[in-house]
Design a protein around this ligand. Sequence first.
Ligand code: T46
Length: 139
Amino acid sequence: MKATTVYNCPVIDLPKVENRAGSITAINAMADISFDIARVYYLYDVPGGATRGGHAHYRLQQLLVAASGSFEVVLDDGVNKRKVFLNRPYQGLLITRMIWREIENFSSGGICLVLASEKYDPEDYIRDLNLFYTLKNSQ
Ligand code: T46
């Protein structure tokens, strides 16, 4: 399989429908994003200074959206690192397979909404950074 890089992780503009009563964004699988959605979860009540993530996935693809507030995502492909700031509910960061991610600097009340391509599978996680670098070097 082709090696992935942090540059395969675009920030996608999502459709926004706005009127006097507010805004709505709908995300359609295989249309607004390139995968079928198997799972939705969200990170919230994150204490100031806490970092989430700290792992990569063998197969999982995900779209991260700042549904409320803001946070930063640090991406690492073993060669390049990239930091992405998310603060708009109508934008999503697509994280492809085999990318190390850390999510940090949550604003007060920040919510990270995640659309995932697979059901939860602990076996899909790489939680050892050195193993991740070894696997990336062998791709
Ligand atoms: C990722 C970032 C953005 C479940 O039971 N089901 C789930 O679907 C998930 C995601 C987690 N859990 C349990 C497993 C752990 O006992 O929730 C606990 C915390 O999970 P984790 O330490 O993996 O949480 P984060 O915020 O570090 O990472 C999560 C996702 O796991 C990960 O794929 O990219 O959010």
